[in-house]
Design a protein. Structure first.
Length: 391
């Protein structure tokens, strides 16, 4: 057995994604995704890893033009030319059905390899694993020919009695079961099944945020998307460097996050009560300008009567300073001071009913409803006081 193995784990690259929500920025984001894939290959070469694992959704769909697949094959060839093994499984976007991109194109041949080479392996239902004798490593792929799995990919699987290799690594594209959250997902498995698998490491794809854990003796991890696929993914942008090592008869699996993506995501809450004006907000946000930053800004707190912020205008004014800027006004309207109308009047009853509805909505954490009711109460009080109201 080699003294130590180094693996690089990625998934959810989603090359060729259309990004219809990004408008004119869609093409730029597709190039960012390819750049993250190239950066992953660069990292594999720099770290001299033994194997690159791609745990599904390398492509965003099975409908890929040949030139796009050729770009991917050229990157994979850089690895195989450097004696780095590559193992890929299809996911739920590039699912291994009859129209699969892996059936339409021969990636092995496109990477300049002979048909019988194991330097680049795509695991399928017909080829569920590959053993690298020189590494003493078996890689198991749990793949279905349909997007929705008929059963758990780990059902009945265990590597405990598999003596073809000392190290056993698995690849799954699916969801770790979370009751009430993943019940409707296409591919689902449990921590109990991970424990029973006796794998040393389980490389996962499908969740675009980096996450990891351990079940029994198996370390599992989602690498997350190497470049955000949606602009609100704040734990994307990473790949995982995995080291398998045995010291004094004890196996060790270590996982390190490595950054390869450019796009970052951040949230900012601005207290509307401290905000002087819309130009002041624009100036504050301009100080955070970054062409690689997706910034989600939320106005909170109590907004004074003299504060007028139009989120769309702020977004347009700063659009060229960020990769994406989103501004939302969740600040509550300040309520006018002064005595309430008598409760036995129509005005008094209206005001008190609105106040009761606001308290009920806030207690039930119905934020949007509470904000609307506070605006309604503010307008009602101003009109009852005979003051002009701008609608």
């Amino acid at each position: 057995m080699p003294a130590m193995l180094h693996l690089l784990h990625t998934a959810d690259v989603h090359l060729g994604a259309r990004h219809t929500d990004l408008g004119f920025q869609a093409a730029a984001q597709r190039e960012r995704q390819f750049a993250a894939f190239r950066a992953t290959v660069d990292l594999a070469l720099a770290e001299q890893v033994d194997v690159l694992l791609i745990a599904g959704d390398l492509f965003d769909s099975n409908a890929q033009p040949r030139r796009s697949v050729e770009r991917v094959a050229a990157e994979l060839k850089r690895l195989t030319d450097a004696a780095i093994w590559v193992v890929i499984i299809p996911g739920t976007h590039d699912v291994y059905d009859r129209a699969s991109v892996y059936r339409a194109y021969d990636l092995v041949a496109m990477a300049g390899l002979p048909p019988d080479s194991d330097r680049l392996t795509i695991l399928t239902p017909d080829r569920p694993d590959v053993v690298f004798g020189i590494l003493d490593l078996a890689v198991h792929g749990f793949v279905f020919p349909t997007k929705r799995a008929p059963r758990s990919p780990l059902a009945g699987f265990t590597a405990a009695a598999d003596h073809r290799a000392a190290w056993h690594v698995g690849l799954i594209h699916g969801s770790l079961a979370i009751p009430g959250k993943t019940d409707a997902d296409e591919v689902v498995f449990t921590t109990g099944e991970i424990t029973a698998s006796h794998l040393d490491y389980l490389a996962l794809g499908h969740w675009h945020s980096t996450q990891r854990g351990q079940a029994g003796g198996t370390v599992w991890a989602y690498s997350g998307a190497p470049e955000p696929v949606a602009v609100d993914q704040d734990r994307a942008g990473n790949v995982l460097l995995v080291t398998l090592d045995e010291r004094a008869g004890v196996r060790h699996v270590t996982v390190e996050e490595r950054r390869v993506g450019r796009t970052r995501f951040d949230r900012l809450e601005v207290d509307a009560g401290t905000l002087a004006s819309q130009p002041a907000l624009v100036e504050q946000l301009a100080g955070m300008a970054d062409p690689d930053l997706v910034l989600d800004v939320r106005l909170v707190g109590i907004r004074g009567d003299d504060l007028d912020v139009v989120p769309d205008e702020v977004e347009r004014e700063l659009a060229d300073r960020f990769f994406r800027l989103r501004v939302r006004d969740a600040a509550a309207a300040a309520l006018p001071d002064g005595p309430l109308p008598p409760p036995d009047t129509i005005a008094g009853a209206l005001v008190r009913d609105l106040e009761a509805s606001i308290a009920e909505a806030e207690a039930g954490k119905k934020v949007d409803e509470a904000l609307e009711l506070r605006d309604a109460l503010r307008l009602a009080r101003l009109m009852l006081d005979g003051r002009e109201v701008a609608l």
